[in-house]
Design a binder for this molecule. Structure first.
Ligand SMILES: Cc1cc2nc3c(=O)[nH]c(=O)nc-3n(C[C@H](O)[C@H](O)[C@H](O)COP(=O)(O)OP(=O)(O)OC[C@H]3O[C@@H](n4cnc5c(N)ncnc54)[C@H](O)[C@@H]3O)c2cc1C
Length: 287
């Protein structure tokens, strides 16, 4: 590992000043679950490492106008256990309770995960499903970005070198909507997903679908929203319709071949897991 100067500011203004001064020579660190590995492997070699852990303003979960506002330093374990998350967005607790191992969930932060821009993580597809927005802050002020515009490519987001991801804002969905999340883990329970699928489905009293949203992770450079799910709206959920939507993802995914399987195998699994996830979400609707 190369040497660097370590900074542990207590105020965001100090972080902004350090980023303005050192730009590409500076690197933020939150939980360090990824960055420490990158430092050891010399994939990043900053002259200045800026630790965010002492900044109180980046901690905490709040309910504001029917949205959860989640500070960047909120850990995966906080998301799994926080009373406001459990009451208003239990979907988040369900997903983050399945991430990696408890040791990683205790340390990894929502801001670090998002900033990394890794489509194999569990968060990106979920945040896209929930229409979340990211707040990026710098000495010039604050900007809010829809999650659909946040991820640009593998490990690439719209965050500028002088910016800090400070908060994630997540609208609370209709509480009667059925939710399901599933991931294909061909190697081990605590591995990154080869395919992940998230779905929200609402039905009316007659059983007709009134709203549906579907996202996939791990199968493209960024998480993807599947608009073909709209064809379910106005009809009762049927195996035939769900299979048609599942089949439609085949041409929209673009997975990489790797230790978790070939691109062709992952594509087949994306179809299978989409069908299963949509079926479960439809069954959960209204319950
Ligand atoms: C073995 C292992 C398995 C894992 N499996 C999964 C999994 O299956 N699913 C999953 O979702 N996650 C998984 N994770 C966690 C995930 O891959 C990242 O390690 C984690 O989300 C990073 O969070 P962190 O707080 O540790 O970030 P750090 O490692 O501290 O930082 C990561 C990057 O984000 C930048 N950064 C950090 N905070 C900010 C901020 N507020 N603003 C701007 N930039 C920032 C850093 O400069 C760095 O580039 C796993 C991790 C490990 C080590």
């Amino acid at each position: 590992m190369e040497t660097f100067q370590f900074h542990a500011p207590k105020q965001l203004a100090e972080v902004y000043a350090l980023l303005d001064e050192h730009e590409y020579d500076a690197q933020l660190i939150a939980g360090g679950t990824s960055l420490v590995t990158f430092l050891k492997q010399q994939l990043v070699q900053p002259d200045h490492l800026i630790h965010l852990g002492k900044i109180v303003a980046l901690h905490g979960v709040k309910l504001v106008d029917n949205e959860l506002h989640v500070g960047a330093l909120t850990t995966y374990r906080d998301l799994e256990t926080h009373p406001l998350v459990l009451e208003h967005l239990p979907q988040i607790a369900e997903v983050f309770g399945q991430v990696a191992t408890l040791r990683i969930r205790e340390v990894a932060t929502i801001g670090g995960g998002l900033s990394q821009g890794d489509p194999a993580q569990d968060g990106p597809g979920l945040w896209l499903l929930l229409n979340a927005r990211v707040v990026l802050s710098s000495s010039s002020g604050e900007r809010e970005i829809a999650i659909a515009d946040f991820f640009e490519d593998y490990y690439t987001t719209v965050i500028e070198p002088n910016e800090v991801l400070t908060e994630l804002r997540i609208p609370v969905p209709d509480s009667s909507a059925g939710f399901s999340y599933s991931k294909f883990l061909p190697r081990s329970e605590d591995d990154y997903a080869a395919v992940s699928v998230a779905a929200l489905v609402s039905v009316d009293a007659s059983g007709s679908i009134t709203a549906a949203r579907l996202t996939l992770g791990s199968v493209s450079a960024t998480p993807i929203l599947i608009s073909d799910v709209d064809q379910l709206i106005g009809q009762p959920a049927s195996e035939q319709l769900i299979n048609a939507v599942a089949e439609s993802v085949r041409d929209q995914v673009d997975p990489l071949s790797d230790v978790r399987g070939s691109a062709a195998y992952k594509t087949d699994m994306a179809v299978v897991f989409t069908g299963r996830t949509l079926t479960t979400a439809a069954n959960n609707a209204g319950s």
